[in-house]
Design a protein around this ligand. Structure first.
Ligand SMILES: *Cc1c(COP(=O)(O)O)cnc(C)c1O
Length: 399
């Protein structure tokens, strides 16, 4: 039986190759950091494509907290939360997350993919409406698919379209309406217009969910995300996020918000009920991480000044940068092949970045996504700009 399926798969895979869409893994042989070594490049390369926004992926504070927790609380939980998989560390981390975002309660998941996968189905049914931004993350799209609520989609950050969809949901007599948006859209780096979304939500009696995965730790003066940026702390019903990006980069996700919502998720959310607890070391390093970024604003400040500096220098060099309010900086090249050529030339210059092209971004909108980190020093940023300038001139991107 397998032979037929095997040749079917081989055929599909070569189609992926032919379309230039085949994904390869690049193997890093050092800790994740601003400067890394790989098994295929000579010496160190500067990393500009990790979600390591606060530079905590190799933080000694987090490593020490994880080691201590392993000594004191063991390695794994071997259980889901409600059977025998909850330690004091899990409860403490949930409280830290709620304090950080100014919410009432938090539920942990193995990943934000699970948080988004398990948030809609327990809360809403066919009488209700989910109104979702067209550029929302894949995990939101999958989570919505698992739920029976009626689906409405609005063009990215387009408030006229959001209003039209809210009116459409009202005309269908929907009981509850939930507007869902990413905090930062990962391909452009734009922040969702949460102030305007909030006005429309009030006007049409809708609730709001924000996925802060790319915005937590990044957006807002202290990195508390879009609700800090727009002065809406405590005014959003549901926030989801990850511990896998700015917050240390290991693993883990969460939903935080109104306490009845979190209580219901603990009763009915399938990835919570049927999947293992995060290990004690991850909970402990998460607690240490929140203590660290609560105590000083050094990392957040450094990230903001690094991003500002990088965007300024790249714009001065003549590059076309998408307006960004996050640490994501889209260097527009428009042509798919050109974006691949620029990315591979940059790698030869010791700069690790990724080119994005159709279908990840619309046709004719190819780009290189640069992700700035608090781990970068000004000399790293200068080296990156110099490499972009050299390669950009060679390939005719800039004069
Ligand atoms: C990265 C990301 C996720 C997934 O987070 P994991 O914890 O890695 O599963 C979900 N939503 C958004 C918007 C993301 O950027």
């Amino acid at each position: 039986m397998y032979e037929k399926f095997q040749s079917f798969l081989q055929n599909e895979i070569s189609g992926i190759h032919d379309a230039g869409l085949y994904k390869k893994e690049r193997v890093i042989i050092t800790p994740q950091s601003a400067s890394i070594k790989t098994d295929s490049t000579k010496g160190e390369v500067l990393n500009f494509c990790a979600n390591n926004y606060l530079g905590l992926s190799d933080s000694q504070v987090l490593i020490d907290a994880a080691k201590k927790a392993m000594d004191e609380r063991g390695f794994g939980m071997s259980s889901v939360r409600f059977i025998c998989g909850t330690q004091d560390l899990h409860k403490e981390l949930e409280k830290k997350i709620a304090d950080f975002f100014g919410t009432e309660d938090t539920i942990l998941y193995a990943a934000c993919f699970d948080a988004n996968g398990g948030v809609f189905e327990p809360l809403l049914n066919e009488e209700d409406a989910i109104i979702s931004d067209s550029l929302n993350h894949a995990s939101i799209i999958d989570g919505v698919r698992l739920c029976k609520a009626q689906r409405f989609r609005y063009a990215n950050a387009d408030m006229a379209d959001l209003e039209a969809q809210l009116i459409a949901a009202n005309e269908k007599g929907c009981r509850f309406k939930l507007i869902v948006t990413d905090g930062v859209f990962s391909m452009d780096g734009n922040v969702c217009p949460l102030d305007k979304i909030h006005v429309l939500a009030q006007k049409y009696d809708a609730m709001i969910m924000v996925d802060e995965s790319h915005s937590a730790g990044v957006v807002g003066h202290t990195g508390r995300g879009t609700t800090e940026q727009y002065n809406l702390r405590g005014k959003v019903e549901i926030i989801t996020g990850t511990l896998g990006k700015a917050f240390g980069g290991a693993i883990g996700g969460f939903t935080t918000g109104k306490k009845e919502i979190i209580e219901m998720l603990r009763q009915r959310s399938r990835p919570y009920l049927f999947s293992n607890s995060i290990p004690p070391m991850i909970a402990a390093s998460g607690i240490a991480m929140f203590d660290l970024i609560d105590k000083t604003n050094t990392l957040q400040d450094k990230l903001h000044s690094n991003t500002e500096y990088f965007v300024k220098k790249m714009t001065e060099a003549g590059f076309d940068i998408k307006p960004t309010q996050s640490a994501i900086c889209a260097v527009m090249l428009y042509d798919a092949k050109l974006s691949q050529d620029v990315a591979s030339s940059l790698q030869e210059e010791g700069i690790f970045v990724t080119g994005f092209y159709y279908p990840v971004v619309p046709k004719g909108q190819a780009r290189i996504r640069v992700q700035v980190s608090a781990a970068h020093e000004v000399e790293h940023l200068d080296k990156c700009v110099a490499a972009f300038t050299k390669v950009g001139k060679e390939l005719g991107v800039i004069k």
